[in-house]
Design a protein around this ligand. Structure first.
Ligand code: SAH
Ligand code: SF4
Ligand code: F3S
Length: 455
C-alpha cells in the first residue's frame, strides 16, 4: 500500500487553491463501481470536486470492464471520442483504470492508439492514483502502474454514490477459472478481507444511516478459505445480522458449487438478510457446465434449489445464463430452457457468449453461428418474460416492505424501490421517501415489476 500523504500534499500545492472537477465513470460489476468510489475518495482528498459533464471536467477516469467484448468495444469508443475533448481543453487529464488495463494487449493498445490518455492504472493499484495524477499534472505524457499491491484498499477513503445503499467488498479476485471467464486473469487470486474489518465497516455504515449493505465478491461462499483464522461466509452473515439498527443485508455472487446447507440456514435464520438469492446457473446442461468448469451438475443445482424451496416454496431466485457457449447443441440449450421453467426464477440476466482471449474456451473451434445464438437468446428472453409475469402475480394482495430507490423514470409522481425478494415495486409517493423503508400493498403486476399503494 502506498503512503500517499506527501504526494497528495504536493498535488494540493500544485492546484494552489483551485478545485478542479473530476468525472469518474465505472463500467461492469458492482465491485468495479465500488473501486470507482475509492477512486473518487482519493481524488476528493487531493482537492477535486466532481461533475457528470465531461465538457467541464479537468480529469476523466474511465474505470473499465473486460467481461465481454461489447463492454470493451464501448470503452474504446468512448476513449476515442475523448480525443476531441482533449483538443478543446489541452490540460484535460484522461486516465483509464479497471479490468481492461490488466490485459496487456489492451494496455498496449491504449498507449499506442490513444495518445490523449495520460495514465493507465491497474485493478490492484488504486492507491497509486495520486502518484500517477501528480506525474500527469507535471506534464508527463504517459504513465502506467499495473502492479498488484493494494489487495485490500483498506486505508483508501471512499466517496459513496448513494447515501443509503452501500457496497462492501468482502473479498477480491477469483480462483474458479470458469473456462469462459476473464475475471480471474484481470482480478487475480482470491483474497478475503479480515472479518473484523468488514464488521467494523458495516457498523460504521449503519451508524451513518445506511439502510442496505451489499456484500460483494466473485464467490462470496468461499469467503475466508485460505486464511486459517477466518470465519466462513454463513458465520459472517450471522455476525453482521447481530449489528443493531434498521438495515438489510444482501450479497452477490453465490457460486452454486458452494451453496451449502449452512448458507441456506443462515439466510433463513438472519432477519436482516433479505429473502433472495442470486445463484448463477450459466447453463442447464451438465455437459456444458462441465465444459465451463462450473464443478456442479444440473442435478446438483436443482438439489440446492429444492433445499431452499422446501423451506419457502416461492423463495425468490435470480440467475445468470450464458447462451451459445462454444458448440452448445440445440439439446443442451433446451436443457437450459427446461431448468428455467422448473426453477421459475424471478429474473434472469442473460448474455451471449463472448470469446475472451487468454481463457480456456477461447481456443475452442465454435461451430454455432451468431444467428443461432441470437435466436436462442430471443427464445430464452421470451420464456423468461412469461415466467416473470406469472411469478409476479403471487405478490398480489401482499404487503411488502420496500427500500425506496428513486423516482420512477417512466411515471412522474411515482417512486420505485426493491422488496426483500429483490422485486422492483412501483407506487405513488413523494420523493422525500427515497432512502427509507415503506410498506406497500401490492395491487398489480407486470413482467418486470409489481405496482402497489403506500400503506
Ligand atoms: N463471479 C460471478 C460472475 C461474474 S461475471 C459468478 O460466478 O456468478 C457476471 C456474469 O457475466 C457471469 O455470471 C456470466 O453469466 C457472464 N459472463 C462472464 N464471462 C462471460 C463471457 N465470456 N461471455 C458471456 N458472458 C459472460
Ligand atoms: Fe468468472 Fe467463474 Fe470466477 Fe464467476 S466464479 S468470476 S464466472 S471465473
Ligand atoms: Fe467486469 Fe471486472 Fe467486474 S471484468 S464484471 S468489472 S470484475
Amino acid at each position: 500500500m502506498n503512503d500517499n500523504t506527501a504526494i497528495i500534499n504536493e498535488i494540493r500545492s500544485l492546484l494552489s487553491g483551485r478545485t478542479p472537477k473530476a468525472l469518474v465513470r465505472s463500467f461492469g460489476c458492482q465491485l468495479n463501481v465500488s473501486d470507482g468510489e475509492k477512486i473518487k475518495g482519493l481524488l476528493g482528498t487531493a482537492g477535486y470536486s466532481f461533475t457528470e459533464d465531461e465538457r467541464e471536467a479537468d480529469l476523466i477516469i474511465l474505470n473499465t470492464c473486460a467481461v465481454r467484448e461489447s463492454a470493451e468495444d464501448r470503452v474504446f469508443g468512448i476513449i476515442g471520442s475523448m480525443k476531441k475533448l482533449k483538443e478543446i481543453n489541452p490540460s484535460l487529464i484522461i486516465g483509464v483504470s479497471g479490468c481492461m488495463t490488466a490485459q496487456d494487449h489492451n494496455a498496449q493498445r491504449i498507449k499506442k492508439s490513444y495518445p490523449h490518455v495520460s495514465f493507465v492504472m491497474g485493478t490492484s493499484a488504486i492507491s497509486s492514483l495520486p502518484s500517477l495524477l501528480l506525474e500527469s499534472l507535471k506534464g508527463v505524457k504517459f504513465s502506467a502502474d499495473t502492479s498488484e499491491y493494494d489487495d485490500f484498499s483498506q486505508s483508501v477513503p471512499q466517496i459513496r454514490d448513494s447515501g443509503f445503499k452501500a457496497s462492501v467488498p468482502i473479498m477480491f479476485g477469483c480462483n474458479n477459472f470458469c473456462t469462459y471467464c476473464i475475471v480471474p486473469y484481470v482480478r487475480g487470486r482470491e483474497r478475503s478481507r479480515r472479518s473484523d474489518d468488514i464488521i467494523r465497516e458495516v457498523r460504521e455504515l449503519v451508524d451513518g444511516g445506511y439502510k442496505e449493505i451489499m456484500l460483494l465478491g466473485q464467490n462470496v461462499n468461499s469467503y475466508g478459505s485460505g486464511s486459517e483464522n477466518e470465519i466462513s461466509f454463513p458465520q459472517l452473515l450471522r455476525k453482521l445480522n447481530e449489528i443493531e439498527g434498521d438495515f438489510i443485508i444482501r450479497f452477490m455472487s453465490s457460486h452454486p458449487k458452494d451453496a451449502s446447507q449452512e448458507l441456506i440456514d443462515a439466510v433463513f435464520d438472519c432477519d436482516k438478510v433479505e429473502r433472495h438469492l442470486h445463484l448463477p446457473l450459466q447453463s442447464g446442461s451438465s455437459s456444458v457446465l462441465s465444459r465451463m468448469n462450473r464443478i456442479y451438475t444440473a442435478e446438483k443445482y436443482l438439489e440446492t434449489v429444492e433445499r431452499i424451496r422446501s423451506r419457502c416454496p416461492d423463495f425468490s431466485l435470480t440467475t445468470d445464463i450464458i447462451v451459445g457457449f462454444p458448440n452448445e447443441t440445440e439439446e443442451e440449450f433446451n436443457a437450459t430452457l427446461d431448468i428455467i421453467r422448473r426453477v421459475k426464477y424471478d429474473n434472469i440476466y442473460s448474455f451471449i457468449y463472448s470469446k475472451r482471449s487468454g481463457t480456456k474456451a477461447a481456443v475452442i473451434d465454435d461451430f454455432v453461428s451468431e444467428e443461432v445464438k441470437g435466436r436462442r437468446m430471443r427464445e430464452l428472453l421470451e420464456v423468461q418474460r412469461g415466467i416473470s409475469s406469472e411469478n409476479y402475480k403471487r405478490f398480489l394482495g401482499r404487503k411488502m416492505r420496500v427500500l425506496v430507490d428513486e423516482e420512477s423514470k417512466k411515471r412522474p409522481g411515482y417512486l420505485t424501490g426493491k422488496s426483500s425478494e429483490f422485486i422492483i415495486v412501483e407506487f405513488e409517493g413523494d420523493a422525500s421517501l427515497i432512502g427509507q423503508f415503506v410498506e406497500v400493498e401490492i395491487t398489480g403486476s407486470m413482467n418486470w415489476a409489481v405496482k402497489g399503494k403506500l400503506i
